[in-house]
Design a protein around this ligand. Structure first.
Ligand SMILES: O=[N+]([O-])c1ccc(O[C@@H]2O[C@@H](CO)[C@H](O)[C@H]2O)cc1
Length: 787
């Protein structure tokens, strides 16, 4: 994560972030409705906002909200992160002792590979518990700007690691499980924390050929928007998420933080995200970016007015604080609009218990003893092991290690420390590298880690330094790949290839003829065809960014303590993919200069497909439910009462699959259900994931039942206007994309539109910058006027 520059950080800290709660027992507000715990959150918030002066209201639009001392409202810092554990930039870890660390889970890209929604809920519960403990110690806030749920559309994206992968159904299922764990049950009297779905929407380019995230104007068809980019965000609404973040980029000409179509028409009206305690924050500096570099609004005052009126309730930054006074003076915005933003903010804090006494709520009791518990540490290790994907195995794995075996460990990641965490990490409880984990085993270790050739060209320069370890080892393990020096916020990848130096060393290890195992680290996939095709490379594992105990999880898989069952959450494209399509081409379907995106539309041959993953055993599957041969569309429609286009709330059928372990090793199995067929207009997606479930610990020779719940969303397609339609035609339900089991059925009757998509208004243009020549300085920067 980028670190805010010093002056802004100082300014936000000067606001007194993380001061205590308002005192509703003895403070100045004790007799006001805001302090009446039996009044509704909205009434309570309204009563507070009615006491604010306009200046106090304007000050409260910033993420570093200064509070109102005369009313006993302490400052509140809205910007807290929690991607895979509580994190900065304003979360305050102590330098030692209590509150000096928390549990750091794997990056979402690896947790996504587990395809285990129950696991995600458990992880999110730990994060929200630890967040509460830190909040009680005045070290972080109560709302968290997580998850990053933009689909991992292009393999170059530097922040794809923050997401669960490329598939919109998978992201939707994952994010609902996550929000449940972060926020708690809808019926709970208090929210555990508030989650924030970001970045709404179409944000997945950092810097491609000078196309910077702060200024990109991405062109997305209504079909692709509804079919792909918006899907996980609608799932956030379905899960009743407390907050959204609008993104830096513009979509089809309009910066998202100034777009009433996206923020009002789609989000609040069409999807029904109408609860007044739900708010939208801007990404950091995104309100400023409406003026510069987007040049959407003619003046700074117009930019803040445009964004507040469109539905941005919090400005990550200080632009609204600085320019709303002018906007009010010019009559560009009225007080009702700012009141609404503040009512949303404060009713959210009411639902978090900010105004209520400690005795009345469970979360204020949580302390240091609930952080980094043995159970949460075990969960971090389990989450990593569940996600690791076995891409190749000639039978060498699992390894039986004992003291007579000597294991050679090579590569940059063999003794990884903070590399294990990836970006948006807090302070982990510990950092267990593969080397550390191997040292805990009864095996002789020959460590020659680091990459003697560096990240540059092919080299044999380092050969002499690693040769002794090669010669004396029985089994060779290379642990490398990429880290945040190759993929990061602000930095997209420029290559999908292994570096020459790494390939050189792996090749030389493999040439010895000794068992050679390659562990690939990093969020984006690296084209590993050269390793897949090398018969002397015995096994390949992909391990993402596995978190604080990642080394242990890797060794758990290597030794068979855990059996691998993770599946690739994104396509591994051949390296020439990135020369075939510009990153800025947002289209999913193949076209001129675009071979198609994701496993649904890519018309080339993947190195490894989305959903691929091997086991230490074999499985067979049998669909045991009787599906009808044919369904009538009108019958399906009449049994569906969904509103707001939530076809996920309309059941279609439940399918049971008998999964048998036909080998000898006990293993989990991820059951992926796909729909394919010829229905609706061509082109047809190759297949679409519509359901998944992970079943656990199936012993060799035993079987278990996987249940997949299909909804009408499983069958619907999106037309060019963005409408969701049920079409007559031929359908196949396929387990594991076909190889294991499939069943065919048809839909008959007239096609039916199930969700009529609201069209954007025509000719949406901003007023444009008049006369200001300048540029925006990224990283909580400021505008520099060109003089
Ligand atoms: O100025 N900075 O230091 C700074 C740091 C991070 C940053 O990134 C943005 O902030 C995150 C807020 O959650 C969004 O996910 C990301 O796009 C934007 C600005």
């Amino acid at each position: 994560m980028l670190t805010p520059n010093r002056s802004l950080q100082a300014l936000l800290f000067a606001t007194g972030a993380y001061a205590l709660f308002p005192d509703c027992t003895n403070g100045p507000l004790k007799n006001e409705t805001i302090c009446n715990a039996s009044a509704s959150p909205i009434d309570r918030a309204k009563s507070l906002v009615a006491l604010y002066t306009l200046e106090e209201k304007i000050n409260a639009t910033s993420s570093g909200s200064p509070g109102v001392a005369r009313l006993g409202i302490p400052p509140y810092q809205w910007w807290n992160e929690g991607l895979h554990g509580i994190a900065g930039p304003y979360t305050n870890f102590s330098t030692q002792g209590e509150y000096s660390y928390s549990t750091s889970f794997p990056q979402p890209i690896l947790m996504g590979a587990a395809f285990d929604d129950a696991l995600i809920t458990e992880v999110a519960k730990v994060i929200s518990t630890e967040a509460r403990a830190f909040n009680n110690a005045n070290r972080t806030g109560l709302d968290f700007w997580t998850p990053n749920i933009n689909p991992f559309r292009d393999p170059r994206w530097g922040r794809g690691q923050e997401t669960p992968g490329e598939d919109s159904y998978h992201l939707s299922s994952y994010v609902q499980a996550l929000i449940h764990g972060l926020q708690g049950d809808a019926t709970d009297p208090y929210k555990r924390v508030v989650a924030t779905c970001k970045h709404y929407v179409g944000y997945d380019i950092e810097d491609w050929n000078g196309n910077l995230r702060y200024q990109n104007d991405v062109q997305i068809s209504q079909q692709d928007l509804v079919e792909y980019y918006l899907v996980p965000f609608q799932a956030c609404v379905n899960a009743n998420v407390g907050a959204f973040m609008c993104s830096y980029n513009a979509v089809n000409g309009v910066p998202t933080c100034a777009d009433p179509y996206l923020l009002q028409t789609v989000l609040r009206e069409h999807w029904g995200w109408t609860n007044e305690e739900q708010w939208v924050t801007s990404d950091c500096d995104a309100v400023q970016n409406i003026f510069l570099p987007h040049e959407w609004s003619a003046t700074r005052e117009q930019a803040v007015a445009d964004s507040l009126i469109a539905g941005t309730d919090i400005d990550c930054g200080t632009y609204m604080q600085e320019h709303l006074p002018g906007a009010f003076a010019q009559g560009l915005v009225n007080e009702t609009v700012i009141d609404q933003a503040l009512i949303r903010q404060y009713s959210s804090l009411v639902r978090l218990g900010w105004f209520d006494s400690a005795e009345s709520q469970p979360y204020r009791q949580l302390g240091w003893n609930t952080v980094a518990t043995n159970a949460s540490q075990a969960l971090a290790r389990k989450a990593a092991a569940e996600g690791i994907v076995l891409l190749k195995n000639d039978g060498v794995l699992p390894l039986s290690l004992d003291s007579s075996i000597s294991l050679g460990l090579f590569g940059d990641w063999a003794n990884a420390t903070t590399q294990l965490l990836g970006n948006y990490a807090g302070v982990g409880t510990y950092l267990h590298s593969p080397l550390y984990a191997a040292q805990q085993l009864n095996v002789t270790i020959n460590y020659a880690g680091g990459n003697p050739g560096g990240q540059g060209d092919p080299t044999t320069n380092g050969w002499s330094s690693i040769k002794p370890a090669i010669v004396t080892s029985d089994v060779l393990m290379y642990i490398g790949g990429i880290d945040n020096s190759a993929e990061e916020e602000g930095h997209d990848r420029t290559s999908l290839q292994w570096t020459g130096a790494q390939l050189d060393i792996i090749g030389q290890l493999a040439d010895t003829g000794k068992p050679t195992i390659v562990v690939v680290m990093g969020g984006g996939q690296i084209d590993s065809s050269i390793l897949a095709n090398n018969p002397n490379v015995s096994a390949i594992l992909w391990a993402g960014y596995p978190g604080q105990d990642g080394g242990s999880a890797i060794m758990d898989i290597i030794t068979g303590k855990s059996a691998p069952a993770g599946r690739l959450p994104q396509t591994q494209y051949p390296s020439n993919y990135i020369s075939q399509v510009p990153m800025t081409d947002m289209a999913l379907r193949p076209g001129k200069n675009n071979p198609g995106r994701t496993y649904k539309w890519y018309n080339g041959t993947a190195v490894y497909e989305f959903g691929f993953g091997m086991h230490y055993t074999n499985f067979s599957a049998n669909i045991t439910s009787q599906l009808q041969q044919s369904y009538t569309i009108s019958d399906l429609v009449s049994s569906c009462n969904a509103t707001g286009g939530f076809l996920e709330r309309c059941p279609f059928t439940s399918v049971e699959i008998d999964v048998s372990n036909t080998g000898t090793t006990t293993s989990d199995y991820v059951t992926l259900g796909y729909i394919a067929g010829t229905f609706g207009p061509a082109p047809y997606p190759k297949s679409s994931l519509v359901a998944y479930t992970r079943i656990f610990n199936i012993a060799g020779g035993a079987s278990d039942t996987a249940t997949l719940n299909l909804t009408l969303a499983s069958l619907a397609r999106v037309d060019e206007m963005g409408n969701k339609v049920l079409y007559p035609g031929d359908y196949s339900l396929m387990i594991d994309n076909g190889p294991l089991a499939s069943v065919n059925f048809t839909l008959k009757g007239q096609q039916a539109v199930l969700d009529v998509w609201p069209q954007p208004p025509a000719n949406r243009t901003g007023k444009g910058v008049s006369g200001f020549e300048g540029y925006f300085v990224a990283g909580f920067g400021s505008e520099q006027e060109v003089v």
